[in-house]
Write a protein that binds this ligand. Sequence first.
Ligand code: HEM
Length: 236
Amino acid sequence: MANTPSTLKRGRHTTVALKVAMAITGLIFVLFVLFHMYGNLKMLMGAEAYNHYAYFLQNDLLYPILPHKGGVWLMRVVLLACILIHITCAFTLWHRAGEARGSKYKVDTGVKKHQTYASRTMRYGGIILIAFIIFHLLQFTTLTFSIGGDYHSVEPFERLVMAFSPQNWWVYAFYFIAIGALAMHVRHGVFSALATLGLDRREREFAFNLIAWICALALFFGFMLPPTMILFGLIS
Ligand code: HEM
């Protein structure tokens, strides 16, 4: 089918809508992981503080505005919707970019190489993250498997100490790679999302980059601190 000016214009509008949807759902997820990372740091305050927090999260989040357990279910529904929208938009945009490359760009410019590198990192990083999230939920939310001891018979704090103890160094290694992938994904994703929503002004580029780096570094070091302390016997 021939590309008339009106179909091209419509195509551009849909691309912008997809990018805005990716930006909003991605930023909601970033807020969740920052909140989750901050919560995990309660491990540094000891078993009682962390278990109290874990109980609050599961039972009393947004209580009494919502009934007991209503908050955690609301959060799950929002996160699931965000992931599904984010992935669907990503696939649609890749498909469109592939079509455009096939038909239009024959010259391998530096800009194109840079874009390809970023999108490839986002793609593989995204796949690692999905695999991690599935593993993570089966491990700590549904307790489908236990690593390092029986999770059903202990409190949340003890589960983390079992999971990241030195004999399970591979669990630590897997989390290290996944949190590394998360940090890289967030670094590029936050910058792109802010650029999409902030109408891509050149004078805002520095601020957007700074915010993206701060989020990525805070997530990497904040998430990895408790497991690293457990690995070295500083939390037990
Ligand atoms: C070192 C890194 C992390 C640790 C130690 C950790 C630990 C935990 C624990 C212990 C729980 C269960 C909380 C409870 O119910 O008691 C949990 C739940 C969860 N985590 Fe993580 N987490 C980490 C990183 C992440 C990351 C990077 C993501 C997302 C990309 C994530 C997403 C979730 C989700 C969606 C839940 C389920 C909440 C629910 O539905 O109840 N976590 N995490």
